[in-house]
Design a protein around this ligand. Structure first.
Ligand code: ATP
Length: 361
């Protein structure tokens, strides 16, 4: 049985004067889910979260928390909590006082508050000795953990995160991404997270929602979005990709309208068929494109010249210029790297199972 949605949005819009920041959003978030909203700057992510926690009013639409409408409920009565990049901790107070702040508001007794704060320090992998440390004596990563502990002290049903890791350095961010995912599993709470970083979204989330100009372009699990994006926009947003404009030939196979793509297999399967003259975009990710050697072949083949090679640590990335001048990307694990040289004429190939057809040109 699939879990019940904890939060349901129906037709949510937000206008700032003439400008529409959110355009008729529908969304269901499941109980206990980790949903990440990604999208370019200005696509409406923060506006949506602000509406969900109640610090911004919507212009139209309905929001249900389980069976109750909450769009008019004041922020302090909603069982939600927001964790910001700026954290909003009290810098001169101790870690303990910061974590206990929500419990104090609820008039809990000091000994109960302290024991909960110590529990939360453990949960966030902070030493109990931090209880008396002042916030302005903590590092960026430690502060982030304190902010999380304080958010959990509110005991909200849903935690909203607005780019909480974006100010941290790379290594710390990577560690905290994994810790957040782990924290999500251990607490069983519903997490809604916004970020610019696709990698962050892929590491942590159950589902990813891709936002564009105030609407969701696609909502699905990470693998689905990566392998079967619904649009060029999503495909490009989800990392390096090769996209080819194609149209259907007399046999229903896709042929390139810009780059010459040879179809070597005339029975590609229904997902690759296009009616005659119909246009579409053929997508293939760089890691599934191969350098063909000798008389080796594949379902799709493109010729070109190797233009550049970039070592990326465990992987190597190649740029190949097709005969029409467009560039293709290929990526190989270091141990499978291409043994030719820049300037070599190459043949690239990939099979239908790794290709994806996006309808429309
Ligand atoms: P970023 O990733 O840069 O934080 P975002 O996706 O979170 O972007 P929002 O902050 O939600 O985007 O903004 C969406 C759009 O709404 C932007 O074009 C922004 O300029 C506009 N907007 C947001 N708040 C207001 C406001 N109070 N008045 C007018 N326009 C606003």
């Amino acid at each position: 049985m699939s879990p019940e949605p904890i939060l349901r949005l129906e037709g949510v819009s937000k206008h700032f004067g003439e400008f529409t920041a959110l355009d008729n959003i529908n969304l269901e978030i499941d109980e206990g889910e980790f949903l990440t909203i990604v999208g370019p700057s200005g696509s409406g992510k923060t506006t949506l979260i602000r509406i969900l926690v109640g610090i911004e009013e919507l212009s139209e639409g309905k929001i249900w928390l389980r069976n109750n409408r909450i769009e008019e409920m004041p922020a302090n009565q909603r069982p939600t909590c927001m964790v910001f990049q700026s954290l909003a901790l009290f810098p001169h107070k101790s870690v303990g006082e910061n974590i206990e702040f929500p419990l104090k508001l609820r008039k809990q007794k000091p000994d109960q508050r302290k024991s909960r704060a110590l529990e939360l320090l453990d949960l966030l992998h902070l030493p109990q000795s931090f209880y008396d440390k002042r916030i302005n004596e903590c590092s960026g990563g430690e502060r982030q953990r304190v902010a999380l502990a304080r958010a959990l002290a509110f005991d909200p049903e849903i935690l909203f995160f607005d780019e909480p890791l974006s100010a941290l350095d790379f290594r710390l961010r990577k560690n905290l991404e994994k810790e957040l995912k782990d924290l999500h599993q251990r607490t069983g709470k519903t997490f809604v997270y916004i970020t610019h970083s696709l990698e962050e979204a892929m590491v942590m989330s159950d589902r990813i929602a891709i936002m564009r100009s105030g609407r969701f372009e696609q909502i699905a699990i990470a693998d689905e979005i990566y392998a079967r994006p619904v649009s060029r926009f999503v495909a490009e947003f989800m990392g390096e990709v090769n996209l080819f404009s194609v149209s259907g030939d007399a046999g229903g196979n896709p042929v390139g309208t810009e780059i010459e793509i040879q179809v070597r297999n005339t029975s590609l399967g229904s997902s690759m068929k296009l009616s005659k003259g119909a246009s579409a975009t053929l997508m293939v990710r760089p890691e599934t494109v191969h350098f063909l050697t000798g008389d080796e072949t594949a379902d799709f083949v493109v010729g070109g010249v190797l233009k550049a090679e970039y070592a990326l640590g465990s992987r190597t990335q190649y740029k190949v210029e097709a005969d029409n001048g467009d560039e293709l990307a290929v990526e190989k694990l270091r141990e499978d790297r291409f043994l030719g040289q820049v300037g070599d004429r190459v043949r690239l190939g990939w099979n239908a199972e790794h290709a994806h057809m996006i309808s429309g040109g």
